[in-house]
Write a protein that binds this ligand. Structure first.
Ligand code: ADP
Ligand code: MG
Ligand code: ZN
Length: 479
């Protein structure tokens, strides 16, 4: 029997407001523990929360950018549970009346477009952070830092429309790109500003009903999400084949072992005893405000892609990749501004640049080669200072050292040879060493020509101007 996975993702994204969602505490990351906490975010008796208007605006931005309907009326609700990082004993979230619903995100997988529906987007506050003692003296203790408590989050819940780990990865990349384009979230999974829980079940192909699902947590990179899903799908399929039941539960991904492990039984909504927060008035969102925000939305990935195709005349495939993150799109546009040959820039980015970044698991904004340096190097190729072949080595050196291309080329003596005397003497040597081939050529075996060109290039360590080598070699062979 063939099985098919069904996946739905819940993403928590931290909103980039300066202050927290219900108080004036700063959201700056990395300050000393508990230096950014007050009676409101630590839930002291008598304190009252007040909603941060900017956080609502950011959430609306996201709702509009993901084709959601923005609710004119939404309600904050208390989600009750007990954990040491949750000082109030409840988290302020939204339940029955979320801020936005019924949206979708379009992804492209293996050249095919697919819509993933969004069930809802709601606002909530983040919890604090527990730190466990690590030295022999502190090992018995756990510490809590409330700096993160009350930082605004949006939770984005997808429909169960995703059918493979690869689609899940694409969905997450697209959603993160949208958040970054909107400038409302850094999207950094390792720092936890963009977190994903994955719900997954498996069913016999052709069956309409969904199978029992598990919820996967603790994945802090896109790769982890894909790996955890792959493992879990396999595990569930094997259980089904054996006729064993699948238990609805929460499982943790163990990155070192590449497996998912049972953590706890899944809570049901009623375990949380949700009820409307009596300290907060419902949010009534004015149609005019929504329109204002809609008008002020920046260019989004799809729009940028269309513009790249139109204005830079690059293929759709290139445009798709170049707009996949804002950082990459910016890099491309800066480089093209300095070196106005878009397709050449695109080729270098999609080839050398992405290959190096991928190998190091880096993003474009951590690339040691700046767009300015790449443009400078492309100018050197264009004006003949260096050959295309040497350019690859220059690029690699720039990537390793971050140095300026002109400096590298000068220091290594990689400047292209245009001196016909020097090229002729290299040709002379190559011909002397290949007398048999010269004869073959003169007897009509034209194919040896390319080989001889290659030998001359080798003799000049790739520095000879290829066009001159061609011309001079042909002349020599004729004469
Ligand atoms: P909960 O509130 O318990 O987390 P939801 O109904 O809000 O449950 O669904 C959470 C996520 O689980 C959604 O992304 C949804 O698409 C996904 N989901 C629901 N049922 C299944 C299933 N059988 N298999 C896979 N994913 C599912
Ligand atoms: Mg859930
Ligand atoms: Zn506070």
């Amino acid at each position: 029997m063939e099985y098919e996975p069904v996946i739905g993702l819940e993403v928590h994204a931290q909103l980039l407001t300066r202050s927290k969602i219900f108080c004036g505490c700063s959201t700056t990351f990395g300050e000393g523990p508990n230096t950014q906490a007050c009676p409101v975010c630590t839930g002291q008796p008598g304190s009252l929360p007040v909603i941060n208007r900017k956080a609502v605006e950011f959430a609306i931005r996201l709702g509009l950018a993901t084709n959601c309907h923005i609710a004119p009326y939404s309600v904050f609700a208390r989600k009750n549970y007990f954990y040491p990082d949750l000082p109030k004993g409840y988290q302020i979230s939204m339940y029955e009346y979320p801020l936005a619903e019924h949206g979708f995100i379009e992804i492209t997988v293996q050249g095919e477009k697919k819509r993933i529906s969004l069930i809802r987007i709601h606002m909530e506050e983040d919890a604090g952070k527990l730190k466990h003692g690590e030295t022999p003296e502190t090992a018995r203790f756990s510490y809590v830092d409330f700096n993160r408590t009350g930082v605004p989050l949006v939770e984005i819940v997808s429909g169960p429309d995703i059918r493979s780990p690869q689609e899940a990865g694409e969905y997450l990349r697209r959603l993160r790109a949208i958040l970054q384009y909107l400038e409302i979230c850094t999207g950094d999974m390792e720092k936890g500003t963009f977190r994903c829980d994955a719900n997954v079940s498996v069913r016999p192909k052709g069956q309409k009903e969904f199978g029992t699902r598990t919820e996967l947590k603790n994945m802090n990179s896109f790769r982890h999400v894909e790996k955890a899903l792959e493992y879990e799908i396999q595990r569930q399929m094997e259980l089904l084949k054996e006729g064993e039941p699948i238990i609805q539960e929460t499982r943790l991904f163990d990155a070192d072992q590449g497996v998912t492990l049972s953590m706890r039984g899944k809570e049901e909504a009623h375990d949380y005893r949700y009820f409307p927060d009596p300290d907060l008035v419902p949010l009534r969102i004015d149609e005019r405000w929504i329109e204002e925000i809609r008008q002020s939305l920046p260019e989004l990935p799809d729009q940028k892609k269309e513009r790249f195709i139109r204005d830079y005349k690059i293929p759709e495939y290139d445009a798709e990749i170049l707009t996949s993150t804002k950082a990459m799109a910016n890099y491309f546009e800066e480089c093209v501004r300095l070196f106005p040959q878009p397709k050449t820039v695109s080729n270098w980015m999609m080839g050398e640049l992405l290959r190096e970044l991928k190998r190091d698991d880096r993003e474009v904004d951590q690339c040691p080669v700046t767009s300015k340096h790449l443009a400078e190097m492309l100018h050197m190729v264009k004006d003949g200072t260096i050959s295309g072949k040497i350019a690859k080595e220059v690029f690699e050196t720039m990537y390793r050292t971050g140095a300026q291309p002109a400096k590298i080329v000068y220091e290594r003596g990689w400047i292209q040879i245009h001196d016909s005397g020097e090229i002729e003497s290299a040709i002379e040597k190559v011909l002397q060493a290949n007398l048999k081939l010269v004869e073959d050529y003169r007897n009509g075996k034209e194919k040896v020509f390319d080989f001889l060109v290659g030998e001359v290039m080798k003799a000049t360590k790739g520095k000879a101007n290829p066009k001159m080598v061609n011309e001079l070699l042909r002349k020599k062979l004729k004469g």
